[in-house]
Ligand binder design. Structure first.
Ligand SMILES: Nc1ncnc2c1ncn2[C@@H]1O[C@H](COP(=O)(O)OP(=O)(O)OP(=O)(O)O)[C@@H](O)[C@H]1O
Length: 410
């Protein structure tokens, strides 16, 4: 193959979606009535397909994109945004009300748990059915069968009816069929999350392997997974595309902004103290958020108002990422019982030098406990939030300063 031909194949558009829209009705009775009316006025011939009737809403509205071999599109958005509906239209499970989908080649899809399987047939029989739907001959499936069963790790249960499979087993079989058949287009919904960690890692390895020859469309609520896999992204909201492009990081930031919870909350309080003030010293405030540059000192001023006498205490400061996963804990106070009490208040300055968290938004939880008997005294979540600024997009929680120098062997 000459290089020109090769480039052409690499750049081949495998999925083209133009003005795709789908409406649903909020109640079943009205939906059935509209169905009957549509039948009478001629199926698909309605001139009002772009209009909403009472109780209807757009589950997917005017979605456009092109996807080439080797590209992975991430679909993100909150629950009910229309991601699964879009996937189902792409996979031909439901018809759109407007717009057009053009797909070239074989489509492997893992959409709803158990969808595409006949529950009363065995795993083996379902592999043959699915393979046939994908356009493979019996001999071709024979050749792939062992690899599919081995990948799904279902050797023992392959002749059991699929209806008796666990959720994880159904996902294993579904992914094994979808991916081992090496489709041109691979569509994967959130179902992958049902598999255990070992299987999920195996799936990613497979996707990495087949991606150069496949166009992948991937729906997930896991932003680390999206950022790891996708080079294009659509952020959906109420069926529409709110952000679309190659800036995956920006789309993820927008997604998180929707869920940002600036409300702090006291989880536990035994009445000994109140947290009167919590402030990050230094940095600068932008968009109501304290920004610190990577490697700046992280300094927090905490002011506790004492309502009762407090002897030795320990202060816990925990830093959480945007998904509320704890990523770091500051070393506890080592000094004994010698914080100055002024006007019934203790003022603490907690300093962590050269913070090396990755770029992103973080929040801080604070907890106080009795140093002697370890009893909890006070605990408050989301006391503060701050942003670490760095030019580099890093998905690991820390970006550790390092030097690369010539290693001189003797
Ligand atoms: N068959 C249907 N009939 C009526 N409404 C439907 C139907 N299927 C989906 N919907 C509605 O369409 C909207 C989009 O649903 P969809 O499942 O596509 O969202 P999603 O983005 O995949 O959500 P999630 O993140 O929860 O999986 C929702 O309001 C849902 O209730």
């Amino acid at each position: 193959m000459n290089p020109e031909q090769n480039t052409q194949t690499d750049n081949e558009v495998l999925v083209k979606v133009e003005g795709l829209s789908k409406k649903f009705c909020k109640d079943l009775k009205t939906s059935l009535w509209y169905g009957v009316k549509d039948l009478m006025t001629g199926i698909g011939g309605s001139t009002n397909e772009r209009e909403l009737r009472p109780k209807e809403f757009w589950a997917v509205k005017d979605i456009n994109f092109e996807l080439r071999r080797g590209e992975c599109l991430g679909l993100i958005g909150h629950n009910g945004a229309g991601k699964s509906t879009l996937l189902k239209i792409l996979n031909g499970l439901i018809n759109p009300d407007a717009g057009k989908v053009t797909i070239k080649g074989r489509v492997g899809a893992l959409i709803e748990l158990g969808a595409g399987f006949n529950p009363i047939l065995s795993g083996r029989e379902n592999i043959y059915n699915n393979g046939a739907i994908l356009g493979f001959t019996r001999q071709e499936i024979d050749q792939k069968l062992d690899a599919i069963i081995a990948f799904a790790e279902l050797e023992e249960f392959i002749d059991m009816p699929v209806q008796h499979y666990s959720s994880g087993m159904k996902v294993r079989l579904g992914f094994a069929v979808a991916a081992q058949m090496e489709p041109d287009v691979l569509i994967i919904d959130e179902v992958l999350a049902v598999g255990d960690l070992g299987f999920v890692l195996k799936c990613f390895k497979t996707i990495d392997r087949i991606l150069p020859n496949t166009a992948v469309i991937f729906v997930s609520h896991s932003m680390p997974m999206i950022s790891r896999m996708c080079n294009q992204i659509i952020l959906m909201e109420k069926g529409q595309s709110k952000f679309q492009g190659e800036d995956v990081g920006k789309a993820i930031d927008l997604y998180y902004t929707r869920f940002s919870n600036s409300e702090s909350n006291v989880i536990f309080d035994d009445g000994t103290l109140n947290l009167e003030k919590a402030e990050i010293i230094g940095g600068e405030i932008r968009d109501n958020l304290k920004q610190l540059h990577w490697k700046e000192d992280f300094k927090v001023h905490l002011k506790f108002k004492l309502l009762k006498e407090l002897k030795d205490f320990e202060c816990f400061i925990i830093i959480l990422d945007k998904e509320q996963r704890p990523v770091a804990s500051l070393e506890r106070n080592k000094r004994n019982n010698n914080f100055t009490v002024n006007n019934n208040a203790i003022n603490l300055l907690v300093v962590h030098k050269n913070i090396q968290l990755s770029k992103g938004v973080y929040s801080v939880n604070v907890a106080i406990r009795n140093k002697g008997n370890k009893e909890p005294i006070f605990r408050m979540n989301s006391v503060l939030s701050f942003q670490i600024v760095h030019h580099e997009e890093t998905w690991e929680p820390f970006l550790l300063e390092s030097e690369f120098i010539d290693f001189k062997t003797i």
